[in-house]
Ligand binder design. Sequence first.
Ligand code: HXC
Length: 296
Amino acid sequence: MDVSKLMFRDGLMKGERILVTGGGTGLGREMAEAFLKLGATVYICGRRQNKLDETAAELTALHAKDSGGKIVGMACDIRDPDAIHAMVDAIWADGGALTGVVNNAAGNFISRTEDLSVNGFNAIADIVMRGTFYVTLDIGKRLIAEKKKASFLSILTTWVWSGSAFVVPSAMSKTAINAMTQSLATEWGRYGLRFNAIAPGLFPTKGMSARLNPGGSGGNSNNAMNPMGRAGEMHELANLAVFLMGPGAEYVNGQTIAIDGAGFQATGGTFYPMLHALGDAEWEQMRAMIKGTNAK
Ligand code: HXC
C-alpha cells in the first residue's frame, strides 16, 4: 500500500492494541500495515505461521522503527474455539487487553448452489459466520469482565443487503455477521464495546481473484460496471478502517459502511448478470481451478 495516501497523522494509533484476523494476506494485511504505520501494536492471525512471520517481518522492516508500533503473527484457525482462547491468552499475556478487533478472516468461492455439498457450505460458514462469532465472543467476554472499552470491525460485503447469486454461503454468513454487528452494538454498547462493519466492493487480492474470478472468467472484474470505472485502492479501505478503529470515532456504533464506488447501486451487488450464462463445462473448469488454490 502507498502509506503516503493515509489521511491520518503519525502516532494516531499509539497505545491501540488491535487483532486482525486473516491479517497475513489480502485486505487484512493492508489494514494491519496502516495500523502499524500509525503506531499501534498489531496482532495478525491466520492458519500459517510462516506466512504470518513473513508478513510481520516485512511490515516491521517498513514501519515499526519509525512508528513505535509492533506487529506479531500468531497462528490460529478461527474455526477452533480452543485455539482462539489460547491465542487471546497469549495476546493478553503480551501486554494486556486488546482495544480493537478486526474480523477480517473469510473464505469464499463461486459455485452454482446446486453444485454445493453440505461440506462446501460449512467450509465457508465455519470460517465466516461461526469463526467470527467465536473470536468476538472470547474477546468480548474478557473485555466485559475487565471493564475495558474496545472497537470491533467486521469486513463484510455489499451482499449483506442484496444477497448474491453464486456465492450463497458467503452472502448468508456475512449477512449473519451484519446482524451480529447491529445486535451487539446495542447489547454491548453499554460496556463501551462498539461494533461496526465495512462492506467493500472490488478490492482485488490474490486470494479473492483465485476463487471469485478464476482464470479471468468469474466476472467480478468488470470495472466498466462500476460508476467510478475502477476497483478500490487499498489506502481507501485502510483509511476507513483507521477512522472506525481510531480514537475520535467512539460514537459511531452499529453501522455497516459500503466502500465500493457505488457499485452496489449500479449492479444490485450480485454476480447474477455475469455468471448466469455459463454452462456445465465452464463451471466444472472453474471449480477445478478454484480447488487448486484451496489452502495455499
Ligand atoms: C464447490 C467446493 C469448492 C468449489 C471447495 N469445495 N471448493 N465446492 N466448488 N470451488 C467443497 C469441497 O468439495 C468440500 O466438500 C468442501 O468444500 C471442503 O473442501 P476443502 O478443499 O477441504 O476446503 P477447505 O480446505 O476448507 O478450503 C476452502 C476454503 C479455501 C476455506 C474456501 O478456499 C480457503 O482457505 N479460503 C480462504 C481464502 C479465501 O477464500 N479468500 C477469498 C475471500 S473473498 P466435499 O463435499 O467434497 O467434502 C471474500 C469476499 C469477496 O470473502 C467479496 C468481493 C465483493
